[in-house]
Write a protein that binds this ligand. Structure first.
Ligand code: HEM
Length: 331
C-alpha cells in the first residue's frame, strides 16, 4: 500500500511539476525575486556600480535607460545589443540608431564583472540592463518599480532588426506607433516611454532636418518654436557639427520629471518624433497634456510601461544562456 501511495505521489509530482516552475505570473515568466536565493546581493551590486557611474557623469543615466530600450526592441530583452562583432555575429552596435550614439557598454561590463565575482554564471546581462534602467531613472529623480527578473541572454544579434525595429527621429507618428505596436506596446506606452527624453542628449544630426528643410521645401518645421529653432541653428549648422550635443529637455536636462511634456506644449520638443506626439494624433495629444499637468500620473504610467517593455519576448528556462562576458557568447 505504502508503495502504491509513493507511486501516486511520484506521478502527481511529475504531472504538476511544470505548473510549479512555469506558471505565468502578472509579469509573464519573469519575477522580481528571481535571484533572491542564487544571488541575494545582485540588485545592490547593480545599484552601486550604476550610482558610481552616474556620479561620475550624470548623462550615463540616460544612456543606460536608452540601452535597455534599444535592446528590447530587437528580438526581445536579451542583451543582443551588447554583443560585439565576432564569428558569424554582426554587432547591433553598427546599426543606424546605435552607431556613434549608443553608450554605457563599459558600465554594463563593470556591473557584470562585479556580479561574476559575487555569484559566477548566475545573473544575465539582459537583467543587468533592466535593473540599470530602473536605477538610472531613480537616481535622476524618477519613479521606482520592482523589476521582474529571469531573462536569459541571446546567442545572436540582429543588425537588420536593430535598423528596422527601433523608431527613427524623422519617422512619422504612424510609423513610430506601428513600431511600438509590433512590440505589443500601445499609444499610452509610446507617450509615457517617450518621457525618457526628459534626460539625456541628442546629436545635431538627429534633428537637423527640422531646422532647415522639414518637408523638402527648404522651410523649417512649422511646429517648432521659431526662437528655439534659431538657438538650435546656432550650434547645428546646415552642414558640419553632426556630433554637437543638445539637451533633449533643456529646462531640466539631468532631472527625471515631466518638463519634457511641458516643452511639447510650448512647441519646444527637440526631435521631430517628440513634437509629433503633440501634433498628429488626438489620443497622444491628450496624454501629453495629462502628463504635462500631472507629474505623478506620468511617473505611474512610466513605471508600468517600463515593466511592459522589459517583458518583450524574454528568453527563459533553457533558452539562451547566462553570458560570462556581456560582449560575447559563451562558446
Ligand atoms: C518613440 C520613439 C523614439 C525615438 C524616435 C527616439 C529617438 C532618439 C534619438 C534620435 C536620440 C538621440 C540620439 C543621438 O543623437 O545620439 C534619443 C536619445 C535618447 N532616448 Fe530616445 N527615442 C524614442 C523613444 C525612446 C524610449 C522608449 C526610450 C526609453 C525607454 C528612450 C530613451 C532615450 C534617452 C534616455 C536618450 C538620451 C541618451 C543619451 O543621452 O545618451 N527613447 N532617442
Amino acid at each position: 500500500m505504502a508503495q502504491f501511495v509513493n507511486f501516486l505521489l511520484l506521478v502527481s509530482l511529475i504531472a504538476f511539476a511544470p505548473l510549479c516552475f512555469c506558471t505565468k505570473s502578472n509579469y509573464g515568466y519573469l519575477y522580481p525575486q528571481f535571484y533572491d536565493h542564487s544571488c541575494p546581493n545582485a540588485q545592490q551590486i547593480v545599484k552601486s556600480v550604476v550610482a558610481k557611474a552616474v556620479a561620475k557623469e550624470t548623462r550615463m543615466a540616460a544612456s543606460l535607460l536608452r540601452l535597455h530600450f534599444h535592446d528590447c526592441f530587437v528580438k526581445g530583452c536579451d542583451a543582443s545589443i551588447l554583443l560585439d562583432s565576432r564569428g558569424s555575429i554582426i554587432s547591433e552596435k553598427r546599426s543606424n540608431p546605435n552607431r556613434n550614439s549608443a553608450r554605457g557598454f563599459e558600465v554594463i561590463d563593470d556591473i557584470k564583472s562585479a556580479l561574476e565575482k559575487e555569484c559566477p554564471n548566475t545573473v544575465s546581462c539582459a537583467d543587468i540592463m533592466a535593473l540599470s534602467a530602473r536605477d538610472s531613472t531613480v537616481l535622476t529623480g524618477g519613479p521606482s518599480w520592482e523589476v521582474p527578473l529571469g531573462r536569459r541572454d541571446s546567442k545572436s544579434a540582429s543588425l537588420s532588426g536593430s535598423n528596422s525595429n527601433i523608431p527613427a527621429p524623422n519617422n512619422t507618428f504612424q510609423t513610430i506607433l506601428t513600431k511600438f505596436k509590433l512590440q505589443g506596446l500601445n499609444v499610452v506606452d509610446l507617450v509615457a516611454l517617450s518621457g525618457s527624453h526628459t534626460i539625456g542628449n541628442s546629436r545635431c544630426v538627429s534633428f537637423r532636418q527640422r531646422l532647415y528643410n522639414q518637408s523638402g521645401n527648404g522651410q523649417p518645421d512649422s511646429s517648432l518654436d521659431q526662437s528655439y529653432a534659431a538657438q538650435l541653428r546656432a550650434r547645428c549648422p546646415r552642414s558640419g557639427g553632426d556630433q554637437n550635443l543638445f539637451f533633449l529637455d533643456f529646462v531640466s536636462p539631468t532631472k527625471f520629471d515631466n518638463s519634457y511634456f511641458k516643452l511639447l506644449l510650448a512647441s519646444k520638443g527637440l526631435l521631430n518624433s517628440d513634437q509629433v506626439l503633440f501634433t498628429k494624433n488626438e489620443a497622444s495629444m491628450e496624454l501629453v497634456k495629462k502628463y504635462a499637468y500631472n507629474n505623478e500620473l506620468f511617473f505611474e504610467q512610466f513605471a508600468a510601461s517600463m515593466v511592459k517593455m522589459g517583458n518583450i519576448s524574454p528568453s527563459t528556462g533553457s533558452k539562451g544562456e547566462i553570458r560570462k562576458y556581456c560582449r560575447k557568447i559563451n562558446s
